[in-house]
Design a protein around this ligand. Structure first.
Ligand SMILES: [Ca+2]
Ligand SMILES: [Ca+2]
Ligand SMILES: [Ca+2]
Ligand SMILES: [Ca+2]
Ligand SMILES: [Zn+2]
Length: 373
């Protein structure tokens, strides 16, 4: 989709948008800004890399700096050729100083990307991004530098992961805008993780990766990555997509099973020998369609899904396109020999037979807690 930015009276070199206050309209793909309503004039950087200066007064070397760098790395793990390089500085910060900076200050939202761009006609069109600053709120918000789900407020902790908000704001840095019609990091980035065992990793995801390709094209080198998540889109909240955990549906997919909290996370009660439909979000974060993608469904005695767990089903997804996030349910029969009253974790492994040469194979697994009755 597009936002028309042309102001015929604007001949100044630069204008600014605080990316948290743009109103979007529903459309098919990721979103970005367009100069004069022209799809040939997308607002992006003129080259395929820029440098962001991480302020080490805000984020000192150690876990704070690492969490910011991890968020940028998550954004950089996309199939476009564009790369955000990082360096550090201790100098002054501000919008309009010609430097792309990442720093902390007292602001109202948790994070904001201040995007400076130009879009004007002067004997020809001139347009593009000029400077983007990423600012995180410093006014006593409970941040964490950890990827442990025991720290994360959307799991069993109480804190907001720095890397997740950096990942979202770095999407603005590329030129992407908010999306509320698909599960994506430019919506609710707090609930947009690859989680297996104790670790919940923020990631850029299919829709933003698609957006990065719309803006910058596809990189020449091979970039394959399918993944599985236990988050899904549940609706829209203003310009952001709302996300919640995936569910377990009944065999006919007409109702959701009864819920139960297991180890602090949302789980479901299942009967031994019954057929149920666990739900998972499957993404293709790469640049090409993958056909006949294998998957297996597993029963685990813990929240870490591995090939060592008990395989109870599987098959293949016919075609996984790199532009439409695929949240689906998969019928599977709960084994009769499980222990009643015990907690298990129902998991998926995609590209189970490892035929796709991937950027990351560690994001191919996701789980749903279950209590067996
Ligand atoms: Ca500076
Ligand atoms: Ca700046
Ligand atoms: Ca296991
Ligand atoms: Ca993968
Ligand atoms: Zn935003």
């Amino acid at each position: 989709m597009k936002f028309n930015l042309f102001n015929p009276y604007l001949l100044a070199a630069s204008a600014i948008i605080s990316a948290c206050f743009i109103l979007p309209k529903p459309a098919q793909a990721a979103s970005w800004l367009e100069c004069n309503g022209d799809s040939g004039k997308k607002l992006r950087w003129s080259g395929n890399s820029t440098t962001a200066r991480i302020n080490t007064i805000s984020f000192p070397p150690g876990s704070l700096l690492q969490s910011v760098e991890r968020g940028i790395n998550a954004t950089n793990t996309n199939p476009s050729p564009f790369v955000i390089n990082t360096t550090t500085e201790t100098g002054g910060v501000g919008s309009g100083n010609g430097q792309n900076e990442i720093y902390a200050s007292s602001i109202s939202p948790p994070g904001v990307a201040q995007m400076r761009y130009h879009c004007y006609w002067l004997f020809g069109w001139h347009y593009g991004l000029d400077e983007v600053d990423i600012v995180l709120d410093s006014s006593g918000r409970s941040w964490t530098t950890s990827q442990n789900k025991s720290s994360n407020t959307v799991y069993t902790g109480s804190r907001l992961p720095i890397d997740a908000v950096i990942n979202h704001e770095a999407g603005h840095y590329l030129g992407l805008m908010h999306v509320n019609w698909e599960y994506n990091v430019m919506g609710d980035s707090w609930r947009h993780h690859h989680t297996n065992g104790a670790t919940a990793r923020t990631y850029f995801g299919e829709d933003a990766s698609h957006g990065s390709r719309v803006l910058y094209g596809s990189q020449n080198s091979t970039f394959n990555d399918v993944s599985a998540s236990h988050w899904r889109r549940t609706g829209a909240s203003g310009e952001y997509s709302s996300h919640g955990r995936v569910r377990i549906r009944n065999a006919s997919n007409t109702a959701t099973l009864s819920g139960i909290t297991i180890a602090g996370e949302p789980g479901y009660r299942v009967n031994r020998g019954s057929t149920v439909r666990p739900e998972f979000t499957i993404e293709n974060n790469g640049k090409q369609t993958h056909n006949n993608v294998s998957y297996g469904i597993y029963i685990s005695t813990n929240d870490y899904i591995s090939y060592g767990d008990t395989r109870i089903g599987g098959g293949s997804f016919g075609s996984i396109h790199p532009a439409d996030v695929y949240t689906t349910t998969i019928p599977v029969t709960i084994p009769s020999n499980l222990n009643p009253g015990q907690n298990y974790w129902l998991g998926i492994i995609v590209d189970e037979n490892n035929t796709i040469s991937e950027v990351s194979g560690s994001n191919n697994r996701a789980y749903i807690p279950i209590r067996v009755d």
